[in-house]
Design a protein around this ligand. Structure first.
Ligand SMILES: [Zn+2]
Length: 414
């Protein structure tokens, strides 16, 4: 892997297109200037053209020269890739579920670009995709892809009117830029405050997190004109808390108390129990990702791009799938389950989206009809097990001595 990394560093460093793009741009500038000159005074045309030749030739030569390290970099990278993945062919597309849904793939790509803030690339992509609509290919599971379901059409069409989404995401990037690059919380606080009802209904802590960071910033800020042991910062933070923390006092009473408690430690904050809260280097990144998550969820989107998640999960799964393919070839067996992988692929916890509950009594997975139920003691079993154990009367929990009635159990939502 080190070889590959080295080659990627080379491509990112010296072997990139920036020099060539510069060369080409100066050639374009030269030509544009010459065209303007000739348009102004057609009589100068022969002289202007003659004057162009030598510098232009030099520029083209320079551009070609600057391209050389790129070719050699790409060449070396290709060789390193071949060496690394010598005996590892990509899995065959026998189970290709994607080529029958090109609109959905285009939509996912467009959405990914939009939410990454690549608005120019996204609009070029959408324009080109609209100009040449993709042709679905039949696959085993979708033999006639032209008869698409209405929902798929709607989804596909929905993306390509992307102006609204683009506006929304540019607002998001504007606020994120202020947070990350300028350490300015005002636009984010304003955004959160305007939506505090919906955010609160979601159980979001965003507004408080933002205001808490504002408090911290004021607290540790120092005036250059003053001696470094001035209490101005803490006093400003105190004034800020008095004017802004009123709405947080019930829900975040404990946190607000802790922030106020820190005032007593202002001369030696670094040695106080509050140092974690006040001297946290990741604080800006944390509020930025909280903000992104809340912003996307109000748009009905997940915080991470689904395309990114799918591609990463796919990359994690690839080695296992390749191994499986080899085993199937050796044993001459086939993958018979259409919608399920025949092997378990361990993914990191952040990639687990659907928590499942297996009843410890019946050992069955819960369903909508047979949901997990929590008894007053806190133990959880499936509805059917609960019915069987209780038979409508008081019963003893199978895991602790507590007795309860089935009607006291609460449904658990995962
Ligand atoms: Zn119990």
């Amino acid at each position: 892997m080190d070889d590959l990394r080295e080659q990627i560093e080379l491509l990112e460093g010296s072997a990139n297109l920036s020099a060539t793009i510069g060369d080409v741009q100066s050639a374009i500038d030269l030509l544009t200037a010459a065209r303007a000159k000739i348009a102004n005074d057609p009589q100068t045309a022969p002289l202007t053209l003659a004057k162009l030749q030598t510098p232009l030739k030099g520029m083209v030569e320079q551009a070609n020269k600057d391209l050389k390290p790129i070719y050699s970099g790409l060449n070396k990278y290709g060789k390193a890739l071949d060496k690394k993945f010598k005996d590892k062919p990509l899995p065959a597309a026998e189970n290709d579920a994607l080529s029958s849904h090109p609109q959905l793939i285009n939509r996912a790509i467009a959405m990914h670009l939009l939410r990454e803030g690549q608005f120019d690339v996204a609009s070029t992509f959408i324009e080109e995709a609209n100009r040449r609509p993709p042709h679905p290919e039949p696959t085993a599971s979708t033999p006639n892809p032209y008869l698409q379901e209405a929902w798929e059409k709607e989804l596909a069409d929905g993306t390509f009117n992307s102006h609204k989404l683009q506006e929304q995401f540019s607002e998001m990037y504007h606020i994120l830029h202020a947070l990350r690059n300028e350490h300015n919380l005002a636009p984010a606080i304003q955004w959160a405050r305007a939506r505090s009802d919906v955010l609160e209904a979601r159980g979001s802590n965003l507004e408080f997190e933002l205001c808490r960071l504002q408090f911290v910033c004021l607290f540790i800020s120092q005036d250059e004109d003053y001696m470094s042991d001035s209490a101005d910062g803490p006093l400003r933070a105190w004034a800020y808390a008095r004017s802004e923390f009123v709405p947080f006092q019930t829900r975040y009473a404990r946190e607000v108390q802790q922030l106020m408690g820190a005032l007593a430690f202002w001369p030696n904050l670094a040695d106080s129990p509050y140092r974690v809260k006040f001297l946290n280097e990741d604080a800006w990144e944390e509020v930025a990702s909280s903000f992104t998550r809340e912003f996307c969820s109000l748009l009905g989107l997940s915080a991470d791009s689904p395309l990114y998640i799918a591609a990463t999960a796919g990359a994690i799964a690839l080695p296992t799938l390749l191994k499986l393919q080899n085993i199937m070839k050796e044993k001459r067996t086939e993958w018979t389950t259409q919608n399920e992988l025949p092997v378990e692929i361990p993914l990191p916890p952040s990639y687990h989206f659907h928590s499942i509950f297996v009843c410890p009594v019946s050992k069955e997975q819960s369903t909508d009809q047979n949901p997990p139920m929590m008894m007053p003691c806190g133990h959880v079993i499936a509805q059917e097990s609960l019915d069987k154990l209780s038979k409508g009367a008081r019963f003893k929990c199978p895991y602790c001595p507590t007795e309860s009635h089935a009607r006291e159990a609460k449904k658990v939502f995962l």
